[in-house]
Design a protein around this ligand. Structure first.
Ligand SMILES: [Fe+2]
Length: 400
């Protein structure tokens, strides 16, 4: 997994300034031969073979669509014992294969939930767009159309990874409501673009772009990266939620009775207070806040907890520590006390004074070599280990 070259946004779209200026939110972008690395590293028929028999991938992570309709999972799942539990939707690979042989498209939803390199890919997109993204894998039998013509409510990057697929695209209308919908070929008329995607080709479809695709004479494997749109209505809801949630002025509980005349006065004053608060928001802070909301990174989070525990075990006197990003730490020490209290990510710990002093320096942004600390070397290494295990600091180089 480590050797897979995970594409960045610029690998998909080329010059990102041009992309955001001319294509993002406006019109489809077709980039033939965009990927310089082997597209099958991202998703291949071989990987899908593995996933099909993995036993752990169950609906809704796998789905079967035939003639544009979702096939009921009951037709390809069964009840099975796993350890001491019973699951009712274990995939029967031969049944899925049977559906495929009779023309079904098989989709693997949210691949970023279970393939680490795909999660790395969607994380890059979530960071670039400040919003959630997900990956779906599709395998379509030769000559078959997977879905009826439709538009999606999300922006989509298509990466063809094996085989070829024909696409019909219609430019999105300027006024788009962001709702997914189905069409007939007749009502769409002549397509604006007809293209055949080969492995390594990338296609960008802004939300609301009508499209349909069919595999050509070969079996087709492609990856669709879905970037959730964050329209003004979503942004305003987020900003208002943020503005009202921790403000006591909005904590009242008015009586919702049509005869309650005080309601109008109180409502007007609440709306005024809210409007004043929203007008005072600094727009750069607002963007930072919107980007850091948990739902913006959902499905693409990174984790290095166990690796950091190993790093704590192997650190030595020549190691250095620096503040770990994302840790919420507060320190409390009473005057003259021999120990103090640390609150880390919501949990409280009592630790010796010397360790508290070390934590304070790390929180102030210092990078500290353990062998430069006063006090007994063994004790300093112990403090350092505890601070790393508590996820306050990370180890920078050096080991025993
Ligand atoms: Fe679609």
């Amino acid at each position: 997994m480590a050797s897979i070259r995970v594409p960045q946004l610029s690998d998909l779209v080329g010059d990102t300034d041009v992309f955001f200026e001319d294509y993002f939110n406006r019109k489809p972008m077709i980039r033939l031969g965009a990927l310089k690395s082997d597209a099958t590293e991202l998703l291949s028929a071989e990987m899908l073979d593995e996933l099909l028999v993995s036993d752990a991938i169950r609906p809704p992570y796998i789905a079967v669509t035939k003639s544009g309709e979702l096939v009921h999972p009951r037709t390809y799942t069964e009840t099975r014992r796993i350890q001491r539990d019973t699951i009712t939707d274990a995939v029967i690979p031969t049944r899925v294969i049977e559906h495929f042989k009779t023309g079904a498209t098989i989709t693997w939803s949210s691949l970023n939930h279970y393939l680490p390199h795909i999660r790395q890919l969607t994380r890059g997109l979530s960071e670039a767009f400040g919003t959630r993204s997900d990956a779906v894998g599709f395998v379509t039998p030769a000559g078959r159309r997977g879905f009826k013509p439709h538009r999606d409510s999300v922006d989509v990057f298509v990466i063809q990874t094996e085989g070829t697929k024909d696409w019909l695209l219609w430019n999105p209308s300027l006024q788009r409501d962001g709702v997914a919908d189905w069409y007939s070929l007749e009502e769409l008329g002549e397509p604006d673009h007809r293209i055949t995607l080969q492995p390594g080709d990338v296609l960008y479809l802004p939300f609301g772009t009508p499209h349909c695709a069919s595999a050509t004479e070969t079996t087709s494997v492609h990856l669709s990266l879905m970037v959730k749109s964050r329209r003004w209505r979503d942004i305003l809801v987020d900003l208002v939620t943020e503005a009202v949630s921790s403000d006591l002025r909005f904590a009242g509980n008015p009586l919702l009775d049509p005869e309650n005349e005080k309601f109008e006065i109180e409502l007007r004053s609440a709306v005024e207070a809210l409007s004043g608060k929203l007008s005072a928001v600094h727009w750069r802070d607002a963007i930072r806040n919107l980007r850091s909301m948990p739902h913006a990174g959902e499905g693409s989070t990174a984790n290095d907890f166990f690796t950091s525990q190993m790093a704590a075990d192997s650190l030595g006197a020549s190691s250095a520590l620096r503040r770990r990003t994302g840790a919420h730490v507060s320190v409390q020490v009473d005057e003259g006390a021999s120990d103090g209290q640390l609150e880390v990510n919501g949990s409280t710990y009592r630790v010796p004074r010397a360790a508290i002093d070390l934590v304070k320096r790390i929180l102030d942004g210092e990078t500290i070599r353990i062998d430069e600390l006063d006090g007994a070397p063994n004790q300093n290494v112990d403090f350092a280990r505890s601070i790393v295990r508590l996820e306050i600091a990370e180890v920078v180089g050096g080991s025993d």
